[in-house]
Ligand binder design. Structure first.
Ligand code: SDX
Length: 430
């Protein structure tokens, strides 16, 4: 909605630019005419810290107020009252489903919850030491060889079938990555179990005994997946959108999103947090030493799980996960000294001027690993769990970008390299 104007004075000219106002009153300057009306001037904004890449109806964040809503519903309500599959439907289709629609959605996902046997040949090619995120990204891309990917979204049935197929198969690929690492046989889903119950079964089932889903673990993981399901234009989601903007298929786009999520500054932070807490414990629990390292500009060490590009207040997800960590560990009878170190580290940082001045608070990754650990999930699988949670968000954002017929993503640049110069034969070079 265009409601106002901005004026830019440059090179003795004044340019008028429309200003749009979003649902919650946030404003954006529409610069689509800037280059044409100024003879080639563009904006430059590495990391897009001040740049909106799109207009989206999916997720609303307010970093200053610590607000997160999926399709208008507060994350606190969804985490408390909904389920991951219902949140997946909400994100992708925009509304909470009625029972008939939801039951069909769940049944269709279950119907796709198996993977072509020949894909085992691909996973067999990996060494057991391979990181599960590398396996997951590769197997997701390999789905293009076994299943029809969707590039033309005009056929709603083809798009729906591709979406439920992706939701059905992606967790299996993630669980297979873990089983590969353990040297265990690759197993199959059990359609009698819930979506999340199947993830636990697929990861932990041993061939010689039937797997019993622990309801406490099932509910805890369901809540964690809800909290990770979408987060507007984060790094991996922007990657999925950019790949999809060339009209590459959904599997190909998600494969790229998995790789972007893997980075320790993004989804890989949950693994890095646990490794950091282990390091602090091994170092005698010297929390102050690591707070000082994080503040030292000459030390590359960062307090993993702290800080956020958008949240300059508490990440609402971190607040929910911290509360859930206490509950889940108590219900499971787990006493994890790393949780105590995490709480001590959090208090030290929150009371330190360096973190206060930079508005660095715990983010979603700071406590999630404590729960994954209590569920028996190995640290190398933490980011795979993040990817399984983020899958509906990636799908929803990819679908919105295509339905809005957004142009192929192709940013401009500011060239600061050498001016024109001419070739020098080798013998004449100094
Ligand atoms: C996720 O975008 C999303 O929505 C992501 C996510 C999602 O759901 O998709 O929320 C998931 O990725 C959460 C973030 C997980 N990453 C980490 O926990 C890694 C540790 N945190 C960071 O490296 C950092 O805070 C980022 C990457 C998260 C945000 O970086 P920004 O916004 O680019 O901020 P910055 O790097 O410019 O830092 C600003 C200042 C700097 O100090 P000065 O140069 O101003 O003196 O804060 C400092 C930074 O050095 N700083 C930290 C710090 N994070 C920022 N100092 C110590 N420890 C940290 N963790």
């Amino acid at each position: 909605m265009t409601t106002d104007k901005a004026y830019l004075k440059i090179n003795n000219q004044e340019v008028e630019l429309p200003v749009e106002t979003g649902t919650e009153g946030e404003q954006a300057i529409d610069i689509k005419t800037l280059r044409a009306s100024t003879g080639g001037i563009v904006t430059v904004d590495p990391g897009y810290k001040n740049t909106a890449s799109t207009r989206s109806k999916i997720t609303y964040l307010n970093g200053e107020a610590g607000i997160l809503r999926y399709r208008g519903y507060p994350i606190e309500e969804l985490a408390d009252k909904s389920t991951f599959t219902e949140v997946a439907y909400l994100l992708i289709y925009g509304e909470l489903p009625d029972k008939k629609t939801f039951d069909k959605f769940v049944a269709d996902i279950k119907d796709k919850s198996f993977v072509n046997e020949e894909m085992k040949n691909i996973i067999d090619g990996f060494p057991r030491s391979a990181h599960p995120m590398g396996i997951l990204s590769s197997l997701t891309g390999a789905m293009t060889a076994f299943y029809r990917d969707v590039t033309d979204i005009s056929n709603k049935e083809v798009l729906y079938n591709t979406i439920v197929r992706t939701l059905g198969k992606f967790p299996i690929l993630g669980a297979w990555a873990m089983r590969k690492r353990n040297g265990w046989p690759l197993t199959y889903a059990d359609s009698r179990l819930s979506y999340v119950g199947n993830i636990l079964k697929m990861m932990f089932e041993k061939p010689m005994e039937p797997y019993q889903v622990n309801p406490v673990a099932e509910r805890a993981l369901d809540k964690l997946l809800i909290l990770h399901a979408d987060h507007e234009q984060n790094c991996s989601t922007s990657t999925v959108r950019l790949i999809g903007s060339s009209h590459a298929g959904l599997y190909a786009s998600i494969s790229g999103g998995v790789s972007a999520l893997w980075g320790p500054l993004h989804g890989g932070a949950n693994q890095a947090v646990l490794e950091m807490l282990e390091q602090i414990r091994a170092d005698g629990g010297n929390v102050k030493k690591y707070i000082d390292k994080a503040k030292d500009k000459n030390d590359p060490f960062r307090l993993m799980g702290f800080g956020h590009r958008v949240y300059k207040n508490f990440d609402p997800r971190a607040r929910i996960i911290k509360k859930s960590a206490d509950e889940v560990l108590a219900e499971l009878g787990v006493d994890d000294p790393l949780l105590d170190i995490a709480k001590e580290l959090e208090q030290a940082a929150l009371n330190d001027e360096y973190f206060q001045a930079r508005k660095l608070y715990p983010n979603v990754d700071f406590y999630s690993g404590i729960i994954y650990r209590a569920l028996g999930i190995p640290v190398e699988m933490f980011t795979v769990m993040f990817a399984i949670g983020r899958l509906p968000g990636w799908i929803a954002q990819w679908k919105e970008m295509r339905e809005n017929k957004e142009p192929i993503g192709r940013p401009r640049q500011l060239y600061v390299g050498p001016a024109e110069r001419h070739y020098v034969p080798m013998e004449n070079r100094k």
